[in-house]
Design a protein around this ligand. Structure first.
Ligand SMILES: Cc1cc2nc3c(=O)[nH]c(=O)nc-3n(C[C@H](O)[C@H](O)[C@H](O)COP(=O)(O)OP(=O)(O)OC[C@H]3O[C@@H](n4cnc5c(N)ncnc54)[C@H](O)[C@@H]3O)c2cc1C
Ligand code: FES
Length: 294
């Protein structure tokens, strides 16, 4: 079990956790993720390691409460335990000095782009971050990105903060500048990553996307995260999560992402009705509680 040392909401339904996990913290590299279980019989979900701090033995995760498991997780607070974290999983991002690197992120994808932007900057790149969110309240990691990047451009779908529009509108203007990007990373919803890849394709700009396929074991055994890249089958959990956006079969991933839509809907209805009832308390925590009462 892993102790939660800090937990705070940084935006509506988006919570940042600092969790004790010394072995993972020691090995974590940008682009890698953990698979966590909130409780013993809980679902296993992949979450990106935003920061690994080997000195303090902690990892930072930023989680958007979307469905049952992420919302269960976001009910936990400092002093609570996560049942287990497995990681670091996946391939670390390939970092080199490309020249001008652009990190395009949408929603909670900005948390996933943050360690990669930092590593690109440390490797000598000029880094531009293009951050998109539905509205002002959902813009996350802005201050951190501003300390790392040479330029940060924010867009909101409703125009409530900075530029009104989509990240692709901004990317178009960045590509049209005198200096064309040498590398683009896109992290966020599938339609956004697909649109970014289509925008950079005619300019032959190297474009990596972080695929968010459904994962179960995270070790290449179950096949749940299967995707097709350049006509070949890959397992996103072990071969990725980042792939060449110009080679990804996005239609297939979009179809596979919807395969549990009915079960997700039922779970969401249960958690909407009785949120506290589904927050499992682990047996050890229960036992400690009972002993302390007797
Ligand atoms: C490599 C990777 C890194 C990720 N990093 C983050 C992160 O840092 N922060 C964050 O908030 N989210 C992250 N996600 C997405 C997160 O895993 C899903 O939001 C979460 O699994 C949803 O589970 P749920 O039960 O709350 O919602 P559900 O209602 O079950 O699902 C909501 C949506 O989440 C996706 N999803 C559901 N189950 C899984 C699963 N087992 N694996 C992957 N996707 C699933 C599906 O697209 C689904 O439609 C990441 C996903 C991947 C693949
Ligand atoms: S999650 Fe099972 S093979 Fe990738």
């Amino acid at each position: 079990m892993n102790l939660i040392l800090q937990a705070e909401f940084i935006a509506p339904d988006i919570k940042k956790f600092v969790i004790a996990a010394p072995l993972i913290a020691r090995k974590a590299k940008p682009g890698q993720f953990v698979i966590l279980r909130v409780w013993e019989k809980g679902e296993r979900i992949p979450i990106t390691i935003v920061n690994g701090d080997p000195e303090n033995g902690t990892v930072t995760l930023i989680i958007q409460g979307l469905g049952k498991t992420t919302r269960q997780m976001n009910m936990l607070n400092s002093g609570d335990y996560v049942h287990d974290l497995v990681g670091p999983l996946g391939q670390a991002t390939h970092i080199e000095n490309f020249g001008l690197a652009v990190c395009v992120s949408g929603g909670v994808g900005t948390a996933e782009a943050l360690p990669i932007a930092r590593a690109l900057k440390e490797a000598g790149n000029t880094v531009i971050a293009i951050i998109g969110a539905r509205e002002k309240a959902l813009v996350i990691c802005e201050a951190e990105m501003r300390t790392i990047c040479d330029e940060v451009i924010i867009t909101t779908d409703d125009g409530s903060y900075c530029t009104h529009g989509l990240v692709t509108d901004v990317l178009k203007t960045v590509i049209a500048r005198n200096t064309k990007p040498d590398f683009v990373l896109a992290v966020g919803p599938l339609p956004m990553m697909r649109a970014v890849s289509e925008m950079t394709r005619p300019f032959s700009i190297k474009t990596m996307v972080s695929l968010n396929s459904i994962m179960v074991d995270g070790t290449g055994m179950c096949g749940g995260c299967r995707a097709t890249v350049d006509g070949k089958t890959v397992f996103v959990c072990v071969d990725g999560p980042e792939f060449d956006g110009h080679q990804v079969n996005f239609d297939e991933i979009a179809r596979r992402q919807k395969q549990f839509a009915n079960q997700e809907k039922i779970s969401a209805e249960i958690i909407n009705k009785e949120p506290q009832k589904v927050l499992h308390q682990c047996r050890l925590a229960k036992a400690i509680n009972e002993i302390s009462k007797s």
